[in-house]
Structures are given as structure tokens and as C-alpha cells.
Design a protein around this ligand. Sequence first.
Ligand SMILES: [Cu+2]
Length: 533
Amino acid sequence: MSITRRQFVHRASFAAAAMMMPQTAPHFPAQTSKPTLDPESLTKFVDPLPIPKIARASQTRPSPADSRAKVPYYRMEMSEFRAQVHRDMKPTRFWGMGGAFPGSTFETKTGEGVIVEWANALPTTHFLPIDHHLHGAEADKPAVRAVVHLHGAKTPPDSDGYPEDWYVPGKSATYFYPNQQDATLLWYHDHAMGINRLNVYAGMFGLFIVRDEVESSLNLPQGSCEIPLVLCDRMFDLESQLLYPASNYPDKPWVPEVFGNAVLINGKLFPYMAVAPRKYRFRVLNAANGRFFHLSLSNGDVFHQIGTDQGLLPAPVPIRQVQLAPGERADLVVDFAEHAGAEIVLRDDFQPVMQFRVDKRKITDPSSLPTTLRPITRFAESDAIKTRTLTLAEVDDLVQNPVIMLLNNTRWSAPVTENPLLNSVEIWNLMNVTDDSHPIHLHLVRFQILDRRRFDAFAYQNENILRFRGAAVPPEPYEAGWKDTVRADSGMVTRIIMRFEGFTGRYVWHCHILEHGDNEMMRPYEVIAGETK
Ligand SMILES: [Cu+2]
């Protein structure tokens, strides 16, 4: 599938014209050829919420950063296994890390690096529909390939899981994570070129927690009162097996988005959790391929967001609903103290996801929700030595089916165009001319959101005129911390500011709707050494 520049411009203007018509984002289950299991036919809240097990280091090895120091060494195997997502369903085939879905959780500390050997022990044929027209997934490539990226980690480039650094069953890669960053919830997942969406859908992800003394001094709920909640949506056939939709073109099965009708939380459908009437800390991850979650409690209660992708907020933010795009995390504190004996449902919009059963017996709660958490120094715009204006675009065919998605109107294989200097600050203006919101993720760095501002996307695409259609809107209070993934909303300029620190070398930035990232909405970028003044 190659298109000329001229065809591209032609198609792009059709896409822009299509944008003028009101369209509803396809937030319904995509079509599949097989009958789909209806989750509403299942009894809700019969399985206890599982907690992913903690990964154990098998030995220590000399640190790549300091050979006098020893660091924990883990071996994590990617394999096929079966797991039951609901009491009344048959076991489902998954591909995952450490034999579980989600995979085992790493518990680590700031400044204490770890080595992980990611071993590919998967079968040699894929069970989900590969599209050989996608870049990097051509028919001459092995069907089963994997490479692991630790999302949100400040990682040397040779341990970052570059999408083309994939390897086949029987091989492994040994990565070093220095953990030179603040306490937060990271997550690891497959990043293999052209089949990333399929590998993640099959189950290849898990959590990676970084802790530090600032966080531990806060007396937040901990131990059995600190609970990870990993959300993703899937579709199942009537035999309880994963269904991934395909297009109507058998040789080009790629679909632009996948929205499953079954929302899994820690790998279960409609689980329940027994809680005490006290505060709990929930570490929430949206691990879906494309679904945005809007989570709230059925009793309408306020809860507090205390952290975002890259760590603690300056102060708790009271909210009634938390919005999470794919790849984003939220650190929440929910207080059940006033609800002894109640049953409270966690909902995504109006759909039940899980149930909390609050114990009747009153207890004393030794934990705190401090009024201040971790100070954040805001960048000044004048700190930036460069501003890049980068378009997020969709190229459609003549009947408005998306063909590819692009960053900066440039394909993956084109030479690097974003090459920030090490330790320099840049502002990136993400110009979204599409109808979709795209969660944009930059590897290596943490950033701050400056603002979002509506603009005339049609004039911008067709006449190269930047015409704003409203005032700049600052980020929501719950987004006003350190981020690594940002919602770039339709028809908006989303401005982010960051310092490119840590390492020089080749990284990627991409849309975290995995169907988009697999179809060109991913670009390499390179941090280079040089004078920043
Ligand atoms: Cu996207």
C-alpha cells in the first residue's frame, strides 16, 4: 500500500472535508464474523477481584550503571496459557508475561535499578489476524515477534523496547531499568512493530511500581489497602475465546479502532472486592487498545485523585469521575468510612465494572489523605528553546474509511524529524485535525500540559492558516502534574512542554490507540548531544 504525495494530499483533503460533517465516534463493538458473548448474560459480581502477583527476582547481578553495585535480576517469560475471566465462562487463551493476565507486578524503588530478561516463549503462529500490509508486519516477517517497552520509564535507548528490536520465540532481551525517577505506576507491554495491537490484546502487559521516600512519608493507604486496578475491554466468542475484529477486506484485516463489550478489571469480568469502611488507594491503569474510560462510583461520591502518569499531584483533587485514555494512569484515594454495609459499584459511564462490598464493622483508619503531596515546579514557556508544530492526521479513502494515521504528515520509515538536544526544553503543539481524540505518548520524558485550544482544522489542513476558535484552556486540575500520555482532542491544539533528559539516542512517540500506532501513527525521535544555549 503505497500512495504518492499527490494522492496523499488529495486524500487528506477528502478527510478534512469529511470532518465538517458531524460524526459519531464508533463507540460500539466492532463487527466480528463470529457470534459474540453478551456479558449482560453473565451473573455479576461472583468472582473476587484478583491482585496480580508480585514478581520475584531470581538473583542479583552487577549493575550496568555501576559494576560495584548489585541489582535484582528478574526473568520474565512471555507464554501462552489459559485463564478464567468469569466463573461461568470457560478458560480463555491468553498470551502474557509470567503466565498471568495481567502479568506479575514489579515492586521497585527510585534509584535502585533492576535488570529484566524478557524471554519470548510464545508459540510460533499468531492466533489474531495479522495485516501484512502494515509497515513492519510484511509477509516475510515472522508471525510471532515481541519486544517489551516499560511505559513511562526513563530508560536507556537499548533497553526501551524500540519497535523494530523485536525477537522471535526462543530468544530473549535483557534490559536495564535505572529507576532514576519519582515514585509512580508504570506499566510494561509489548511494542512489536505492526502487531503491537494484537500482542497487547492477547494479554502482554503488566504493572511496574516505583516507590520513593516522599511517597512513603505521606502515610497513604498501603498494603492490602493499596489496590491496582488494570482495565481493558475485550470481546469473546461463545466458547469464551478472545475475538479481535477484522475489516471486510480479508487480505487487509486492520481495523481503525476496537471497542470490546466486556470490560475486564485485573483480568476478571464484573469482579467484586470486600473492603473495610476506611480509605483505599487505587492505582488505576487504562490498558485498553482504544477505549477511553470514564469511571465513577454508583453512589455519586466524591473521591480524590492524588497522582497521574508520572507521580503525585501537588495536592489531592476532589472528583466524581476519572477519565483515562489508553496508556494513562490515575492514583486515587476512595474513602468508604461513611458506607459501612453498603454495596457500591464502580462504573464506566453507566456500565457496571466491579462492586465494592463494604464491611459492616466500623474500624479506625490509620492512613492519611494529606492536604499537600509533592510540589511540582511548572515550566515557564520561556524555558523552551524550540517549539515544534506537529499535525495528527488521518488519511481516508474515498468512502471515508481510514487508510492510515500520521504524525507530522510523515510515515514511520521517513528520516527522523524530531531531534531535541539533550537537556533542552521544547514545546510541542499537537494539532489534531481528525475526528478522534488521540492519546499521545512520548517515550523517555515526562511533560506538563500547557493548554488546549480549539482551532479551524479545515483551514489549517487546506489553506495552512492557523485560526483559533476559542481561548486556550488550561489542563484540568487532575492533569496538572507530570504526564507521559496526553489526550490530544479533536480539533484542538494540545501544547505540552518537556525537558529531554536522561539519555541520548533513538526513541519513539506515538498514539496509544494501538490500532493507530500500528498503522503509521508512530514516529522515531532522537535525543542528540549538543549545546542547549
Ligand atoms: Cu490515535
